[in-house]
Design a protein around this ligand. Sequence first.
Ligand SMILES: [Zn+2]
Length: 223
Amino acid sequence: MKWLTRGGAAGALAVGAAVTWGLGWRGLMLLLAFFVSGSVLTQLAGGEGGQRNLRQVIANGGVAAAAALWGRWSIAAAALAAATADTWATEIGAFSPTPPRLLTTGRQAPKGTSGAMSVLGTVGGVVGAWAIALLAWALEPRAIGKGAAGVIANAGVVGMLVDSLLGATVQGVYECPQCAARSERRDTVCHQPVRLIRGWRWLDNDAVNFAATLAGAAVGALA
Ligand SMILES: [Zn+2]
């Protein structure tokens, strides 16, 4: 099992150091809970995209690292809850017996399509958000009260919904000009290099993840 590329490992070390510096070993435990649970679920779900690169690591952990350096437990935990909810939703959703539906139109879409949600994946995401929130509360009950744990869990769910909403609307979608196969990566070459058919070119899955953790952090600031 290899979970990270070289750049991804460097990014993970930097995020881990920032979180430990700002919040101590308890913060590091929370970060590891997100990272290990996500990696294990990715392996169980087939391991696709299992190796995370630097961009992906920063997209998921950058906001939490910044909040940790700022010394804000609940904001860092909320950003991690959002990242966890999104990861768990994607990986647990891979086991959904029915295809997911787009958040905006309700139309069915292939599994793994950004912006598409299944009941099983959504439940998985909510459970993931609560798992991180309760763990944060258990690790640091002085900084995070009982009520704050609820806010952090909700922040995770909001992050997951923001992720799906952006994924269904403005995230870049590409298509092979010859066979119309869809891709979310602009560097894909199918029969020919893919062309942008919807969304913003710069808004890829990593940028959407970053925005989702930022949304989670904003809700976490209310805790
Ligand atoms: Zn093609």
